[in-house]
Design a protein. Structure first.
Length: 253
């Protein structure tokens, strides 16, 4: 099942896209503002974003530039719901990695075919990038905190790398840190891979870990008891707020 995010202030176009994919197992999230769409992309790491380049407040170039700056969203495939009338704007959009342009004026059947074809191309592109990626785990450290992002599939790529990266020296270095394990960039987590997540958490310190689950939040909550052992978050924003509240001094203290 794929996850698609539609960023479009026009509710009629959004409904047309939703109707074209009705009956399929794919999940579609609709954002009528750029800010909400970017937030959905950051938390959900969708397989494809369908973007109207003429959104009010924040145009397509600004939205794409913001997505490309974020390590979680920079490789997400984006297709335009409609072409921009300015050729220079279209050129810049393609420079920012637009995969395709799809007209919402197509018949429902043709619209479905175009979206599914674009989704297939996006999945191929993602696999090619994964195979070329030198590292499948990203680690960033700051005072008192270590952020670990899993960038690829667990079983086929990241777990083998974790066995090497999470060595005794690394674990000694981070033993007093707050550890964030970020799963948002993982395309899919099969039920058989949940044990791998649990093993990584145990190695990294168990209850000291803050789990940023993103699109896998529902799976983590329904198939594990991790939420009873440690903080589990859907979005980066809610996690950062929780960490800030925990670290800020209480009034009257």
């Amino acid at each position: 099942m794929a996850l698609l995010v539609v960023i479009d202030a026009d509710p009629n176009q959004s409904r047309a896209l939703e109707a074209a994919l009705s009956g399929l197992r794919h999940r579609i999230l609709i954002a009528q503002s750029a800010a909400r769409g970017i937030e959905m992309a950051q938390s959900g790491n969708p397989d494809l974003i369908l973007l109207n380049p003429d959104n009010p407040g924040m145009d397509g170039i600004q939205i794409l530039a913001t997505l490309r700056k974020d390590p979680i969203t920079k490789e997400i495939a984006v297709a335009l719901i409609q072409k921009h009338t300015d050729p220079k704007v279209m050129q810049r959009l393609h420079q920012l990695g637009v995969l395709d342009s799809i007209s919402p004026a197509l018949s429902q059947e043709e619209l479905r075919k175009r979206i599914l074809t674009t989704l297939t191309n996006a999945e191929k592109q993602k696999l090619q990038r994964t195979l070329k990626r030198a590292n499948h785990i990203s680690i960033k450290r700051r005072t008192g905190r270590t952020d670990i992002a899993i960038l690829s599939g667990l079983k086929d790529f990241a777990f083998a790398e974790a066995r090497t990266v999470f060595n005794s020296f690394f674990l000694k270095v981070i033993k007093d840190d707050l550890v964030v394990l970020d799963l948002r960039a993982i395309p899919n987590i099969a039920e058989t891979e949940i044990k791998l997540v649990e093993q990584m958490i145990t190695v990294l310190g168990g209850s000291r870990v803050h789990l940023l689950a993103g699109r896998h939040f529902g799976l983590i909550i329904s198939e594990t008891d991790l939420a009873t052992q440690m903080p589990v978050f859907f979005t980066l924003e809610e996690m950062e707020q929780a960490i800030a509240q925990k670290s800020s001094p209480r009034k009257g203290a």
